[in-house]
Design a protein around this ligand. Sequence first.
Ligand code: PLP
Length: 446
Amino acid sequence: MTLSEDAARTHALDRKHVFHSWSAQAALDPMVITRAEGSYVWDGHGTRLLDFSSQMVNTNIGHQHPKVVEAIAGQARKLATIAPQHANDQRSEAARLIAERTPGDLDKVFFTNGGADANEHAVRMARLVTGRPKVLTRYRSYHGGTETAINLTGDPRRWANDHGTAGVVHFFGPYLYRSQFHAETEEQECERALSHLAQVIELEGPGTIAAVLLEAIPGTAGIMVPPPGYLAGVRELCDRHGIVLIMDEVMTGFGRTGAWFFSADEGVVPDLLTFAKGVNSGYVPLGGVAISGRIVDFFGERPYPGGLTYSGHPLACAAAVAAITAMEDEGIVENARRIGSEVLGPELAKLAARHPGVGEVRGRGVFWAVELVSDPAARTPVAPTGGSSPVMAEVTKTAKQLGLLPFINSNRVHVAPPCTVTEAEAREGLEILDRVLDRVDELVSR
Ligand code: PLP
């Protein structure tokens, strides 16, 4: 198939002038996307693909939601930009809507341009409040691509950026399928992961640790839903040692797990909560830190030493107000929860039972990982952590040929459609995935 004339020009100019993220530039062949709507995107050949990636797991409200598009256009006509020191109606309203949904007393919001800088600022706040230098984060985590955030990250994307560890110490979180703790049950995994963290805190010196930073559910690193009690156990350890708990809900927030925030669902109130992506589905870049009363009070009389030109940008905040309002009015978070518990969860479990190449499926809401293995007994991944393999390349190719845009990482397919996905669309994607997994079975049984 050949690209349309416009798409061919887009592709050629991209190859000539655009430098892409996380990639060797020479052999890139980016897919041209010409339009998108709801759960679908169209490529440069005019082919429609069901978007089971939500792009970077951010289009929670689906593509081109008319109310969000209109809010951005209307705001652009009214007040397109304004400096952060001024109050503006959209930022005030967005902050209220977010504060009303975050757990506990996380009642003030510092807006950033995305998730990485949200984590950078949260860590800066924690260090200032505690006067301590270190931050503990999980192996198998992703916290962003800027300098501190990539050091906080616990997946292989950190390696090439490890010029100085920026006071970051990594620990193991719960991951029963590949248990670091030789656990056989969720209870054991939870108890042992907490005891491991307690020991890391003790040996690093509690008085040196500013924060524990955790993805509520590690996302790109594998969607390992923490066992019941784990997040509460981490909260308890932080309280015991005066450590700030930062929950990274950049990927999990705003409906992805079938709740506004996974930590709220678990009954855990962090001191700081970072968000981005689903806050306005990425229609305009936006992130932020929701801040608890104690930390707000710390900066009551002393200035917070940080800021951004676009903090609380009116276009981004107008998009957030419209997105959150539409999610509430249209029951989109409830839809994500229902699709997860009634369609994706049970149907993915059936796929796992039918396909020997599937080692495990796990997830919540519209946030699932399908882990592919070449030897189910040994749980041998079909690609290394942070890498790819011929099998995974074939998974991507076959899915696209069959009309599905998947989210692929290491040896996993992540099933992350928009929170607006209909049952029919979810089943359409699962049928394609079934055929993709047939191909995986063929390849791994050779
Ligand atoms: N934290 C988590 C959990 C993420 O998944 C991401 C991005 O994927 C980030 C932080 C970084 O966000 P951004 O790319 O907006 O800087």
